[in-house]
Design a protein around this ligand. Structure first.
Ligand code: PXP
Length: 255
């Protein structure tokens, strides 16, 4: 079975908020992503509301046929909104107000009690929960002990390490030379599956570096935002999603 694609449409809301008006409409972006073949819609309701707002969560939840994955911090206010909106999945992420984007995985060891409590609150509300975590055995083990069924491996270090690699837009078929970060992701995915966890991954994935992550055995879903929305500016969102699906299908079919 092919690896699924969750399309993160946060930056459609970033663009809307830049002018303080109504356009572009994130609800329409969810519909366009569906036309392009997305398997899920991902949105991050940040505490500072810099892109997605509560109104977007409710409207997308009420209109999109695709499963909705809500990224969120373990914060009471956001947990209350999630329980009301009932997305299909919540992905728990760390959040710092000053960061440009989610910079690291959630520290499941330092925040174990909060994590366990949040997992329970959301699971009791009938929501599947995933934890965004670095590809580190101890972190993954603590996610499992806290009651997670899913994890999302943070691919940021892999994506950064691959920057500058000779592979380019024109060589999408050419796999990256295995590097340390890719090995870390592969071993982390293997370990998580041994613990019975379902493995997703995301952050910094683009049309060049996604293939290698899609090839990782047992990978369930990739959550990708910035690169798809960036390409959409030039080719449209339907086409940008189709292009990413093609990269994923080609590579996951090769397993
Ligand atoms: N997964 C998680 C948990 C994230 O926080 C983000 C960024 O919002 C992504 C995936 C998508 O990252 P990118 O926009 O770099 O594709």
């Amino acid at each position: 079975m092919s690896v699924k694609l969750g399309v993160n449409i946060d930056h459609v809301a970033t663009l809307r908020n830049a002018r303080g008006g109504m356009e572009p409409e994130p609800v329409l972006a969810a519909a366009m992503a569906e036309l392009g073949g997305a398997d899920a819609i991902t949105i991050h309701l940040r505490e500072d509301r810099r892109h997605i707002r509560e109104r977007d969560v409710m409207l997308i939840r009420g209109t999109s046929k695709l499963p909705l994955n809500l990224e969120m911090a373990c914060a009471d206010e956001i947990i209350d909104i999630a329980v009301k909106a009932k997305p299909n999945m919540c992905t728990l992420v760390p959040e710092k107000r000053e960061e440009l984007t989610t910079e690291g995985g959630l520290d499941a060891i330092a925040n174990f009690n909060t994590l366990e409590r949040t997992l329970k609150n959301l699971t009791d509300a009938g929501i599947e929960v995933s934890v965004f975590v670095d590809p580190d055995r101890e972190q993954i083990l603590h996610c499992s002990r806290a009651g997670a069924k899913y994890i999302e491996l943070h691919t940021g270090s892999y994506a950064n390490s691959a920057l500058g690699h000779e592979s380019s837009y024109w060589e999408e078929d050419k796999p990256y030379t295995p590097n340390g970060e890719l090995t870390k992701l592969t071993l982390a995915a293997e370990y998580a599956q041994e613990l019975g966890l379902i493995v997703n991954a995301g952050h910094g994935l683009n049309y060049q570096n996604t293939g290698e992550v899609a090839r990782i055995k047992g990978m369930n879903e990739l959550n990708i935002g910035h690169s798809i929305i960036t390409r959409a500016v030039f080719v449209g969102l339907v086409q940008a999603v189709k292009d990413m699906k093609e990269v994923i299908n080609r590579c996951s079919a090769a397993i």
